[in-house]
Write a protein that binds this ligand. Structure first.
Ligand SMILES: N[C@@H](CCC(=O)N[C@@H](CS)C(=O)NCC(=O)O)C(=O)O
Length: 214
C-alpha cells in the first residue's frame, strides 16, 4: 500500500480541511504527515525549504500531497482525490445536483479562507507597508460570506461532508485570528452549529496552533 506524504502545519486552514477530511474518512494510517516550518517573512518573501518539499510542490505552499508519482498542490484537488480515490465519495457526491449544491457552499467557505489568509499575510508585513484598506476589504468579504452561510445553515444536513468541513474550518479560523470582527453576532445560528461540530474528534484533533518558525 502506497504511503501518501502530506505536508502540513496546524496554523493553515487549507491544511485543516484536508486533515479533517482524512480523519472523518478514517484513513489516517494511509498518510505520513510532514510538518513544515515557516518564518513570518513567508508573507512577502520566498522561504528556504527542504529539497523534498520543493520536489513535492513547485508552488511551495501547503497542503501538498505526494501519492507515488502523483503530486497534488492545492487543498481542493487533494480533498477531491481523497474523497474519490480513497473515500468512496462519502464526503462529496461524484456528480449531479448534490455535488453542485455542495460546491456552491464550498466556494463561499473557500472565499472566506482566502480572505483570512490574505489578511494574515498583510498583517505580517511591517506596519508601514500594511494596507488598512486591503485588510478591511478582506474583513468585509468574510463577514458578507458568513452572513450568507448563516441563512444556508438552516438547510445543513446531518452529514459532516466536505462543504460542512470547509465551512467549519472558516468559522474556526475566524475565531482564532479575528474573533473581534464579531462574526458570531452576524451569524449566530452558524456559530451554534459550529460550536456543536467543533466537538467532533476530527475537529478537536486539528485545532489551530502557530506554525514553527524554524
Ligand atoms: N488555494 C490553495 C491555498 C494554499 C495556501 O495559500 N497555503 C498557505 C498556508 S495557509 C501557504 O502555504 N502559504 C505560503 C505562501 O504563500 O508562500 C489551497 O487550497 O491549497
Amino acid at each position: 500500500m502506497t504511503v501518501l506524504r502530506l505536508y502540513v502545519t496546524p496554523a493553515s486552514p487549507w491544511v485543516r480541511r484536508v486533515v479533517v477530511s482524512i480523519l472523518e474518512l478514517g484513513i489516517r494510517d494511509r498518510f505520513d504527515f510532514v510538518q513544515t516550518k515557516w518564518p513570518h517573512s513567508w508573507a512577502t518573501q520566498g522561504v528556504a525549504h527542504s529539497r523534498d518539499f520543493t520536489d513535492a510542490t513547485p508552488v511551495q505552499r501547503i497542503p501538498a500531497l505526494v501519492a507515488g508519482d502523483l503530486r497534488l498542490v492545492e487543498s481542493h484537488a487533494i480533498c477531491d482525490y481523497i474523497n474519490g480515490a480513497l473515500g468512496g465519495f462519502r464526503l462529496l457526491a461524484r456528480d449531479g445536483e448534490a455535488r453542485w449544491r455542495a460546491l456552491a457552499d464550498i466556494s463561499i467557505a473557500n472565499a472566506i479562507i482566502e480572505a483570512q489568509v490574505s489578511r494574515r499575510a498583510e498583517l505580517l508585513r511591517v506596519e508601514s507597508e500594511r494596507s488598512s484598506d486591503f485588510i478591511d476589504k478582506m474583513r468585509q468579504r468574510s463577514l458578507r460570506c458568513f452572513g450568507v452561510l448563516e441563512r444556508r445553515s438552516a438547510d445543513f444536513g446531518s452529514d459532516f461532508d466536505l462543504a460542512q468541513i470547509t465551512i467549519a474550518i472558516a468559522c474556526g479560523y475566524h475565531d482564532w485570528r479575528y474573533a473581534a470582527d464579531g462574526w458570531r453576532e452576524i451569524a449566530p445560528k452558524l456559530a451554534a452549529w459550529f460550536d456543536a461540530v467543533s466537538q467532533r474528534p476530527s475537529m478537536r484533533a486539528t485545532e489551530p496552533a502557530e506554525t514553527p518558525q524554524s
